[in-house]
Design a protein around this ligand. Sequence first.
Ligand SMILES: C[S@@+](CC[C@H](N)C(=O)[O-])C[C@H]1O[C@@H](n2cnc3c(N)ncnc32)[C@H](O)[C@@H]1O
Length: 256
Amino acid sequence: MIFVTTSHDPTELQIKKAKKLADELGIPYLARKDHPNISETIEGEYCYVVEKSRIVIKSNNLEFFFHPSMAKVRMRNIQKGLKDHLIESLQLTGSETILDTTLGLGTEAILMAAFLDSGKVIGIEGSTPIFVVVRDGLENHMAKENWINTAMKKIQILHADFKQFLRSCPEESYDIVYCDPMFENPVFESSSMNPLRPFAIYDTVNTDDVDQMLRVAKKKIVLKAHAKDSLFRRIPVDRIFGSRRSQVLYGVIEKR
Ligand SMILES: C[S@@+](CC[C@H](N)C(=O)[O-])C[C@H]1O[C@@H](n2cnc3c(N)ncnc32)[C@H](O)[C@@H]1O
């Protein structure tokens, strides 16, 4: 069963928030005092635990919650003078509207938003559990770093399938379209992606999707893939940014 509960000894506010979420998702709300042992949930089942300042998804073998730690690491590297290949590939002026078709944990959306002044990021996530956790994180997470709090406010999250969403967009409705599908060759070692994997959608990006991204973008599209993935063999791009060491590549197609 998939259900919503709270942490132990919840406040009225937590109970209200948990019941509202259960209503929204059309799943049961169970009072935590009646279900103290969440870790006994069986394979394939999980629950949303509304804690005081975040929502955590828990099951017998995992915990999934929002955290902007990788955005922090990447910004620290940029400040040290290291190149971030995503930021390099985007060439932002600060006023862009970016459609991030695969929001995931929002790490890269936060990083992109940090380089925008008047611009903003619209992030699409198709997985319900990921959407719920990241929507709540973007709304309620209080980072020690002010730049993260400011960046999070520039992100609007939408629950949708990006393939359908793109097809419903008018021509040139965003400056840049970004797409980071799950790698065909996942990098498991020390990956911040690991807790997200059981909930992620593993869609492949095809030529029709890329045509739609190009139709919807005003300036360019950026695609991300692992060097061993088939994406850049199937989809020709104008320029690739990335490092041989990490094998993570960003391919840019400019709008002509
Ligand atoms: C590799 S992760 C993106 C990570 C993200 N760039 C970040 O920095 O956290 C890919 C995400 O895209 C989502 N996704 C995959 N296919 C999708 C689709 N067709 N529509 C919406 N979201 C999709 C997955 O559920 C997953 O959360």
